[in-house]
Design a protein around this ligand. Structure first.
Ligand code: VGL
Ligand code: ZN
Length: 238
């Protein structure tokens, strides 16, 4: 074997086992009837100019639109809070955004007021073009409980109904894009695994908040739970 050929082989081997290495290079996924794309919280609140902006959140819109065209099953989620929601720092005297409080269901990170039902801030970003999406799940709509996950509210037991919907539709594999990688995307992908679905996060079609190391922890938890970390180039688009 020539030295050059040998190095190329090593190079490929590393790519196969690399950090993003859920999918062997070259083995692209062609979405079919058993696959659903779940587009998480692509709302004005989470892009620059919104109330809880995720850096670069607006940049993924064209990629999300393009990926959605490759899936016949698309579900959209929306963060949909009441005014005075328990996850808002403004609801807790003396507390500031990104601090935490202890609530009956566990530790809650506190956020600026965001995604209030019926406001412009809570609307889907205007550039999102997924007319064929079948279902919109609104979550976090109960004043006293947050819901990052598209499947279960933050008590871990109140269902949104998404598990039943996907099962009844014969979906086996779920693919996640949107905002934010380390909160609503991660919690949703982890719950998808708990419900028995295969789960893939398309990394370059997400952006994270990364509060206090939350992004690294989210990837650690996700890969530990069997969530596959892939890139948009791993999805076959016609
Ligand atoms: C989210 C924080 C608070 C999210 C929602 O969509 O990731 N993050 N509410
Ligand atoms: Zn929220």
């Amino acid at each position: 074997m020539s030295r050059r050929r040998f190095l190329m082989t090593i190079g490929t081997g590393l790519a196969l086992a690399g950090p993003a290495g859920a999918i062997a290079q070259g083995a692209r996924i062609k979405p079919g009837p058993g696959d659903a794309l779940i587009v998480v919280d692509m709302q004005n609140c989470f892009v620059p100019g919104g109330t809880l902006p995720v850096a670069g959140g607006d940049q993924i819109v064209p990629l999300v639109n393009g990926l959605a065209r490759a899936f016949e099953n698309v579900v959209i989620t929306m963060d949909w809070h009441t005014p005075g929601h328990v996850s808002f720092a403004s609801s807790h005297a003396g507390k500031k955004p990104f601090e935490t409080v202890s609530l009956p269901y566990g530790t809650q990170v506190l956020w600026p007021d965001h995604c209030i039902q019926g406001t412009k801030d809570a609307e889907l970003v205007p550039g999102l073009q997924i007319p064929h999406a079948h279902l919109v799940i609104r979550k976090g709509h109960r004043r006293h409980i947050d819901s990052y996950s598209a499947f279960y509210e933050a008590d871990g037991k109140t269902p949104t109904g998404l598990t039943g919907y996907l099962r009844e539709r014969g979906i086996q594999q779920t693919f996640f894009v949107g905002l934010a990688t380390d909160f609503c995307v991660a919690w949703s992908a982890l719950d998808a695994r708990k419900a028995g679905f295969a789960a893939y996060v398309i990394e370059d079609a997400t952006r994270g908040i990364d509060a206090g190391g939350s992004l690294g922890k989210a990837w650690h938890d996700m890969t530990g739970a069997g969530v596959k970390r892939i890139m948009s180039s791993d999805i076959e688009r016609s």
